[in-house]
Design a protein around this ligand. Structure first.
Ligand SMILES: *[C@@H]1O[C@H](CO)[C@@H](O)[C@H](O)[C@H]1NC(C)=O
Ligand SMILES: *[C@@H]1O[C@H](CO)[C@@H](O)[C@H](O)[C@H]1NC(C)=O
Ligand SMILES: *[C@@H]1O[C@H](CO)[C@@H](O)[C@H](O)[C@H]1NC(C)=O
Ligand SMILES: *[C@@H]1O[C@H](CO)[C@@H](O)[C@H](O)[C@H]1NC(C)=O
Ligand SMILES: *[C@@H]1O[C@H](CO)[C@@H](O)[C@H](O)[C@H]1NC(C)=O
Ligand SMILES: *[C@@H]1O[C@H](CO)[C@@H](O)[C@H](O)[C@H]1NC(C)=O
Length: 494
């Protein structure tokens, strides 16, 4: 039943520069989906069982009072108070997703309780005198079964978790008295077995009901947007129905980048079907998260629109390239016109980079204009502009709960866009451009990519032994998770 869902994530926004302008964005497109496998559900179930146990230990049950008429004695009034469950043990538990919801069954549940008892009666023989006694007792409940049926649905973008049914049944109770004239009262107390049994059943059912309600509010409090940085967030609004099969639970989220302060309309997207199932090569992993390439393209588009893809470069490893003297033999006319002038390079992407994911491969295509500026006193004089087409291949990795990447130069092409200094000999300029891309552009891009994209993993859970699988237009992360008992918000006992 739970925490995993938390794992949601991501971003939204935009992409695909020209082709898509006129298509309306379908409502229910999902670009990030998440699958929790049976192993993942078992893991979550165990955490929840621990939480449930600790919320039940020290639980006090309401007093049980009972008056009876006993022949010869008259009316006897018994009170059981301070009924406390101090230990509970669960022998085995199972979680089973299915079309109609999620079933959790715990069997062989036993608990030890302590209680105080007391009674009084007025004797018809001895007149109105009240006789009374008191003591304590140990109660052991065995072979209890607890069964929960949960419904999980997408309700307008939020997960809605409902307790559809909760049933518990006690098989065996034994009561052992200490104190008082124990032997005398044992039989009477035994008559309370039924009452104690239903008190335990009611208390556990109520406690679990409260736990599910808390879990439900926790799920509803999960943000629909996960901030990525100052400028962008991932839209993790749930879309479509929760996909319940007999061995997994699947969720789909919008998953695209959105501007942090969503004032920009979301550009249209190509219609794409990105459907579960997610393919992991190792089916024993606890969960799988799948990201469509549109997620990365929405990020690319968002940063592009926010004008983050324009740089004035005035420092480079080979600083001689920022003086016309350094270009003397490459563009002689530049040196002649502006001898020994400082320069800078104005690199400006001409469209958002396009990310493409195919079998085993992630790649990005970047179109940029590089303007050569000469600095004269306080003037910046653009002298020529070269269009670059850069093809880079990417390596995708997991760092903590972030998906991070690095890119390497694959291929590049260039052409002269315009020039105020006559024709340029491009074959001489090419090696210089290559150096600038390798030493300035790629390191800059990689510094950003190394920060990565936060995967929608609930606080307290950490990906472990993650494996990344690239397939046609998708990245899948198949992973186990570990849980650190530090998540204070999650299903507290009180
Ligand atoms: C209730 O029971 C506990 C454990 O048996 C005992 O420590 C405590 O004093 C009892 N409380 C009262 C009010 O009798
Ligand atoms: C609970 O009851 C069982 C059965 O009597 C016993 O073995 C176990 O030690 C008890 N636990 C505690 C903490 O008393
Ligand atoms: C987030 O995704 C939902 C579902 O696709 C969509 O209705 C909503 O408009 C998106 N939010 C933003 C800010 O784009
Ligand atoms: C969000 O937009 C509003 C209105 O345009 C503006 O006042 C506010 O400062 C913005 N917040 C952020 C974090 O940019
Ligand atoms: C599959 O994943 C499980 C759990 O992470 C791991 O124990 C097992 O070694 C993996 N098997 C293969 C073939 O990688
Ligand atoms: C950099 O070049 C772009 C065109 O490639 C131009 O629009 C922009 O104004 C230039 N920026 C500066 C600061 O010169």
């Amino acid at each position: 039943m739970q925490p995993f869902f938390f794992l949601l994530l991501l971003f939204t926004s935009s992409f695909i520069p020209t082709q898509s302008q006129s298509q309306p964005q379908p409502q229910n497109q999902a670009f990030i989906s998440l699958l929790i496998t049976q192993n993942g559900l078992n893991f979550v179930k165990n955490i929840l069982t621990q939480k449930a146990i600790s919320s039940i230990v020290s639980l006090q049950l309401p007093n049980i009072e009972k008056g009876t008429r006993i022949p010869m004695l008259g009316s006897v009034y018994f009170v059981l108070s301070n009924i406390t469950i101090y230990e509970i043990d669960v022998d085995s538990s199972n979680v089973k997703p299915g079309e109609n919801g999620i079933e959790i069954l715990a069997s062989g549940v036993s608990c030890n309780m302590s209680l105080d008892w007391s009674y009084e009666y007025s004797s018809i023989w001895f007149g109105p005198v009240k006789v009374s006694d008191q003591g304590s007792a140990q109660v052991q409940v065995e072979g209890m079964k607890v069964e929960l049926k949960l419904g999980l649905e997408n309700q307008e973008g939020y997960l809605d978790l409902k307790l559809k049914d909760c049933d518990s049944s006690v098989k065996d109770i034994s009561i052992k008295l200490d104190g008082g004239a124990s032997w005398l009262y044992q039989g009477i107390l035994d008559a309370f077995e039924g009452n104690i049994g239903s008190a335990v059943e009611n208390a556990i059912t109520k406690k679990l009901g409260e736990g599910i309600t808390r879990l439900d509010s926790y799920l509803k409090s999960l943000p629909k947007e996960v901030p990525v940085d100052d400028h962008s967030s991932l839209n993790v609004t749930f879309v479509n129905n929760v996909l319940l099969s007999d061995s997994s639970i699947g969720f789909e989220t919008n998953g695209l980048f959105i501007k942090r302060n969503d004032s920009l309309p979301i550009p249209n997207l190509w219609h794409k079907n990105s459907k579960l199932p997610i393919l992991c090569t190792n089916s024993s992993k606890m969960l799988a998260i799948s990201l469509d390439e549109a997620v990365f393209n929405s990020a690319s588009s968002l940063y592009y629109d926010a004008k983050f893809m324009h740089w004035i470069v005035d420092k480079i490893p080979d600083q001689s390239l920022l003086n016309t003297a350094g270009w003397r033999f490459i563009i002689p006319q530049l040196y002649r016109k502006y001898p020994n002038h400082e320069m800078n390079l104005n690199i400006s992407l001409s469209s958002p980079p396009v990310v493409e994911i195919s079998d085993q491969k992630a790649g990005v295509e970047i179109f940029a204009d590089l303007t050569i500026d000469v600095l004269e006193e306080d003037k910046v004089i653009p002298v020529a502009c070269i269009s670059l087409m850069i093809q880079a291949s990417g390596l995708v990795k997991i760092n903590g709960n972030n998906l991070v990447g690095t890119i390497r130069l694959g291929d590049f092409g260039m052409s002269l866009k315009w020039s105020n200094i006559g024709n340029l000999r491009m074959f001489l300029i090419q090696p210089v451009m290559w150096t600038i891309i390798e030493t300035v552009f790629l390191p800059y891009a990689n510094a950003h990519l190394s920060k990565g994209l936060p995967l929608p993993i609930i606080h307290g859970f950490t990906l472990q032994d993650a494996e990344i699988i690239l397939s046609s237009s998708r990245v899948a992360v198949c992973s186990d998770v570990s849980f650190a008992e530090s998540n204070k918000h999650f299903l507290q006992s009180h």
